[in-house]
Design a protein around this ligand. Structure first.
Ligand SMILES: Nc1ncnc2c1ncn2[C@@H]1O[C@H](COP(=O)(O)OP(=O)(O)O)[C@@H](O)[C@H]1O
Ligand SMILES: [Mg+2]
Length: 374
């Protein structure tokens, strides 16, 4: 009998097994119903996207229209407008009247429906006018959304995933201003989701920024150990292998309850183990995991300047409260204080390190392991 590996490290669709996050789902549903805006933040691969899709699906069953768009990798305000326009039509196409209304309101874009490989109609958008540019285009899309949301019968919830990406655009401050002015008058709950926490949180918590204090800060933490370990046991069982709870607990601890790594390490354990999982399966599986992540880590280092790499490695080996002490600087060849400060700022911006109780530390537990075992 061929056994199918039950572990997945793709985004989890709303009907597949999901560990815990019950309280988070209740909270987010409550905020959505109260038309509150939320900044949902955590390091990457903690399950933010999977979670908000779940919440949106539930809202859908409660009569909400939901809009989801991802700003990852956008290069211009115009591209943001394209993505938003597409998501707008995607939201309204579920019912003909709404679809027609959105087409009427949003004049600068045309929806185009084409059958995809599976024969389903997939939606793209085209610019219907060449008159507008960048910021004007997004202004128009948001204006149409204002109009659309004015209908009291319609309840809307919106997710902007990887929202901090707009900060990286040259026209970012105007874009933030335009978005804020529309969003604040709409009777709509927005979730601003992001993995680069410093960039995202600064948008909402710096006094001079347009989005200042316009949303609740909501942190998604790693999974609770007491939930994760039994969840893994259940998943092994679903795949017809037995994993004793103490072994599942070891898997959970090994990756510090990191949701994505827990799935991926379990995936390799499942591949390595016989019918019954043994503690000795962990080591080879962990090596496979590290190997699988290596290209990702190498790419991260390639994007850094030498002094940033030196500091990152120092923190991986020796997380320390006294970063600027003579001994620490000397032991890790960190160079000048000014240089350290610059490198520190960049690493925080990239969300590679964060300040914890005891001092700075590498955010990603596996990256930390890899760096300190080189
Ligand atoms: N609650 C959960 N239960 C099980 N696995 C999860 C959970 N949350 C996240 N994961 C794992 O983490 C991966 C990344 O999830 P994703 O939603 O893409 O994270 P993010 O949007 O925070 O980067 C998923 O593919 C899955 O393997
Ligand atoms: Mg995501």
């Amino acid at each position: 009998m061929v056994l199918i590996n039950p572990f997945t490290f793709k985004e989890i669709d709303p009907d597949s097994p999901f560990c815990n996050r019950q309280q988070e789902q209740r909270d987010l549903l409550g905020y959505a119903r109260a038309n509150a805006n939320v900044v949902l933040f955590s390091p990457r691969r903690y399950g933010k996207t999977s979670l908000v899709k779940r919440v949106q699906k539930e809202l859908g069953t409660q009569g909400y229209l939901t809009l989801f768009t991802d700003f990852f990798g956008i290069t211009s305000a115009e591209e943001a407008a394209f993505r938003l326009a597409r998501a707008f039509f995607e939201m309204t196409r579920k019912e003909e009247n709404w679809f027609k209304k959105s087409i009427r309101l949003l004049k600068s874009f045309r929806p185009v429906l084409k059958p995809d490989d599976e024969g389903k109609l997939s939606l793209t958008v085209e610019l219907a006018t060449t008159k507008q540019k960048g910021l004007e285009t997004i202004e128009e899309v948001l204006g149409s959304l204002d109009e659309f949301a004015r209908d009291k019968k319609i309840k809307i919830q919106i997710v902007f995933d990887e929202f901090q990406e707009i900060v990286l655009l040259k026209e970012s401050l105007s874009l933030e201003g335009i978005m804020r002015s529309h969003i604040q008058k709409q009777p709509i709950s927005y979730f601003f989701v992001g993995s680069r926490r410093r960039l995202l949180l600064d948008m909402f918590n710096e006094r001079k920024r347009p989005f200042f204090q316009s949303a609740l800060n909501y942190e998604l933490k790693a999974l609770p150990h007491e939930e994760l370990a039994p969840f893994l046991v259940d998943q092994f069982q679903r795949g017809k292998k037995e994993c004793p709870l103490p072994v599942a607990e070891k898997i959970s601890s090994r990756v510090h309850q990191h949701p994505y790594y827990a799935q991926k390490l379990s995936f390799f354990v499942f591949e390595t183990a016989e019918k019954k999982v043994n503690e000795s399966d962990l080591k080879p599986a962990f090596d496979l995991l590290i190997n699988a992540e290596k290209p990702v880590f190498e790419a991260i280092l390639q994007g850094l300047a030498p002094q940033q790499i030196v500091l990152l490695k120092a923190l991986a080996l020796d997380p320390s409260p006294s970063l600027f002490s003579f001994n620490y600087i000397k032991a890790h060849h960190l160079g000048s204080t000014g240089g350290i400060q610059g490198a520190l700022k960049k690493l925080i911006q990239l969300d590679l390190i964060e300040k914890r109780e005891k001092g700075f530390d590498v955010v990603d537990p596996l990256l930390r392991h890899w760096l300190s075992h080189q």
